[in-house]
Design a protein around this ligand. Structure first.
Ligand code: NDP
Length: 326
């Protein structure tokens, strides 16, 4: 038996509880992992609260990421004792996930724990941080270098945003951090932000083209904020968009694209091909300051996960929430 968060379908909706689960109920897969750490990402909060239809099969153990140690393997790439990390692939949505003591998955979904990172650090990064790195890689691919000028990060005090700010600052970029919480200004400055932008500056409908302010950006928010960031992106700049914390819509015009050659680079972490995952994780091990990573990590016991999840939807979460599972 192992302890897990279990989401079940009830007639009135869904319920989530901390439950002892028999190992014989684990789903199909060729590798079994003793989960050491998992995390709470925005998507996990949607799954646990049922605010969005993230969970596709019931009952479901949520948790879109985990780090742990292989306990059994029929996959030639892994043997018992190997330390591994998982992000995405529908885990915690269609396949039982990381918020339980054991997980059984396809070995193809696992990557080795990157050299130089502990399991705890890997989960302090988690899917939010790995996605922030995918965004940084997208900016680099599109030629947004530190010399091009200031870059902007939206949703800056959240999980993706915190890691993005710390990474970009370490890489030599001047970072403008957009936040709706003035109280987080010191935190963002400590992560390396050079300036703080009040989110309210970007939430009202703006002109199709605004003053050219940023050479590029990482957006975790979508909606009007992303539209205004695009309008204020410099000639031939790139914005990597990965999130919808502020809304699914994008009320923009084609002006930034056709008059300034701006690129909107979409970033998707769930089905991202393995070579790019490995690149992102090896860059995270190299380019993220461990002290800053520690400063953004907050431990949440498994028993408190269900009560903590709604905080994401109320914009009350700072940094990364990590869950010690075993
Ligand atoms: P968090 O909740 O930790 O961070 C989101 C941040 O967005 C908040 O901290 C807040 O920052 C800001 N925010 C919240 N509400 C609003 C609002 N109404 N309007 C504008 N800004 C708002 O979530 P994560 O960092 O875990 O995830 C961020 C987004 O990225 C989510 O939408 C998530 O689904 C998405 N995501 C996508 C992935 C992909 O594969 N594409 C992978 C991982 C995440 P502040 O208070 O500083 O303003």
């Amino acid at each position: 038996m192992f302890d897990a968060i279990l989401i079940e379908k009830a007639e009135t909706g869904q319920t989530a509880s901390l439950t002892a689960v028999d190992e014989s109920r684990l789903p199909e897969g060729d590798v079994t992992v003793d989960v050491a750490w998992s995390t709470l990402n925005y998507k996990d909060a949607l799954a646990i609260t049922g605010a969005s239809p993230v969970v596709r099969e019931f009952p479901m153990i949520p948790g879109i990421d985990f780090a742990g140690t292989v306990s059994a393997s029929d996959n030639p790439a892994f043997k018992p004792g190997d330390r591994v990390v998982l992000n995405g692939w529908g885990v915690g949505e269609k396949h039982w996930g990381g918020l339980g003591g054991k997980a059984r998955v396809k070995g193809d979904w696992l990557i080795p724990l990157p050299q130089g990172l502990t399991a705890r650090q890997a989960m302090a990064i988690g899917t939010a941080g790995y996605t922030a790195m995918l965004c940084v890689l997208a900016l680099e691919r599109h030629g947004v270098t530190p010399e091009k000028g200031e870059v902007v990060v939206t949703g800056a005090s959240g999980g993706v945003g915190s890691v993005a700010v710390a990474l970009l600052a370490k890489l030599g970029y001047s970072v403008a951090a957009v936040t709706g919480r003035a109280t987080e200004a010191d935190y963002l400055t400590s992560l390396g932000a050079a300036s703080i932008v009040d989110r309210a500056e970007l939430t009202a409908p703006g002109r199709p083209l605004a003053r050219e302010r940023w050479a590029g950006g990482i957006d975790a928010v979508g909606g009007m904020v992303l539209a205004n960031v695009l309008a204020a992106t410099r000639y031939r700049g790139t914005v990597a968009a990965c999130g919808l914390a502020g809304g699914m819509d994008l009320p923009t015009t084609v002006a930034p694209f056709i008059l300034r050659g701006v690129t909107l680079a979409g970033v998707e972490s769930v089905m991202c091909p393995k070579p790019e995952r490995l690149e992102a994780w090896s860059r995270l091990a190299r380019d993220l300051d461990p002290a800053k990573l520690e400063a953004m990590a907050v431990e949440v016991p498994l028993a408190d996960v269900i009560d903590t999840a709604p905080k994401f939807l109320k914009n009350e979460v700072r940094g990364r929430l990590i869950v010690p599972v075993n």
